[in-house]
Design a protein around this ligand. Structure first.
Ligand SMILES: [Zn+2]
Ligand SMILES: [Zn+2]
Length: 148
């Protein structure tokens, strides 16, 4: 499942229309910055990338747009540190994250057994699992090496 940027554009246009909001190209520029990056980005990093497409964009707009895009499921956030967040485009394939507390690196992983286990745990409680986030916090191999 790999989507073109035009698919995201269409989804964004439909969401904005269905909510009766005004279309803003800035939201699209932010989406494009995330689309063109393989990494998890802080709002500041997204801001500097979105500036390439629109030099008038402001950081406050980026923050607002990110929370809008996240609430509409186009974007996911990963918490790290106290209240810092990194964002990624929701590319439609689920994965979980390991977050390094030393350097902030984020490693993605997907473990079929773990996914099944979570579904079974939920099922035992009669709980219908819709989605989950799993974040493992620790030190990446590089940071652990430089500790000793
Ligand atoms: Zn690290
Ligand atoms: Zn990710």
């Amino acid at each position: 499942m790999n989507y073109d940027f035009s698919d995201y554009q269409k989804r964004l246009k439909n969401i904005v229309k269905s909510k009766g909001l005004k279309y803003s190209s800035q939201r699209e520029d932010i989406l494009k910055a995330l689309y063109n990056s393989e990494e998890h980005l802080t709002p500041e990093e997204i801001y500097s990338k979105a500036k390439i497409y629109n030099k008038n964009i402001g950081l406050a707009t980026v923050y607002r747009a990110l929370s809008f895009l996240e609430s509409e499921g186009l974007v996911n956030s990963i918490s790290f540190g106290t209240d810092a967040k990194k964002y990624e485009l929701n590319r439609g394939h689920h994965h979980d994250h390991m977050i390094c507390l030393g350097c902030g690196k984020i490693i993605e992983f997907y473990e079929e057994e773990l996914e099944k286990l979570q579904e079974n745990i939920a099922k035992k409680q009669g709980f219908k699992l819709i989605t989950h986030e799993m974040n493992l916090y620790g030190l990446c191999a590089d940071c652990e090496k430089s500790e000793d």
